[in-house]
Write a protein that binds this ligand. Structure first.
Ligand code: ASP
Length: 221
């Protein structure tokens, strides 16, 4: 926004009226009087719908709980087009925490508009929510599902989209410890990948993509 010449007002929950018990609806009504659009990133699943209901200006959802992250998904779609020239005809493999990975949920919604095939790789307990999985089946896009990444899944993919296990979503730390190391991409597994394949990650990266897997020096990450 700064680069586009816009100005930004930010609110910090720790020092804002939310600390005094102000509802999200009232915060949004107030901020809407001072801005042309509101970008909301909020831990509650219902936050985006609440904000959209009460806001006098457009709401842009930058992440609501573990449900959706549309702004990241548009960036991901743009990145695929920039890197591979098209989205149509690609095989996109989603790897990692497909249950709580909200960027995965939103990108899958956008991919409805493209002719793609999709593979899902998640450790038991981290599978894609059933409603999203059923949508993929109805759309005829679900090509493969696995609980571990193998060479054939890597070699068939044009995009390897990896997410970290979302530690903050687990009520039980033991449950997180049980699943956190389930799937890992490293340079050895990438030896099997197509020359043109791209690895994508919405960041932050943890153990699921080995530290030695890097973007070319010409790119900023
Ligand atoms: N940055 C992404 C998000 O906000 C991915 C992540 O946190 O793992 O959802």
């Amino acid at each position: 926004m700064q680069r586009l010449g816009g100005r930004v007002l930010t609110i910090t929950p720790a020092t804002s009226s939310t600390q005094k018990g102000e509802s999200l609806a009232d915060t949004i009504r107030t901020l809407g009087c001072y801005s042309d659009a509101i970008v909301l990133r909020h831990p509650e699943a219902s936050s985006a719908a609440t904000a959209a209901k009460y806001s006098p200006v457009p709401i842009i959802n930058g992440g609501n709980g573990s449900v959706e992250h549309p702004t990241q998904a548009f960036l991901d779609l743009f990145t695929i087009r920039e890197e591979l020239g098209t989205v149509n005809g690609l095989r996109i493999t989603f790897i990692g925490d497909l249950k709580y990975g909200r960027t995965v949920h939103s990108l899958l919604q956008l991919l409805e508009h493209y002719t793609v095939t999709i593979a899902l790789v998640a450790a038991p307990g981290l599978e894609l929510p059933s409603d999203l999985r059923e949508q993929l089946i109805r759309r005829g896009q679900l090509a493969a599902e696995a609980t571990a990444l193998d060479d054939s899944l890597v070699s068939m993919s044009d995009v390897l989209y990896v997410t970290r296990v979302q530690k903050e979503r687990f009520a039980d730390p033991e449950e997180y410890a049980r699943v956190k190391d389930g799937v890992r991409l490293d340079n050895k597994s990438l030896l099997k990948a197509k020359n043109t394949a791209v690895v994508m990650h919405p960041l932050p990266r943890r153990e699921e993509v080995d530290e030695v897997v890097r973007a070319p020096a010409s790119q900023c990450f």
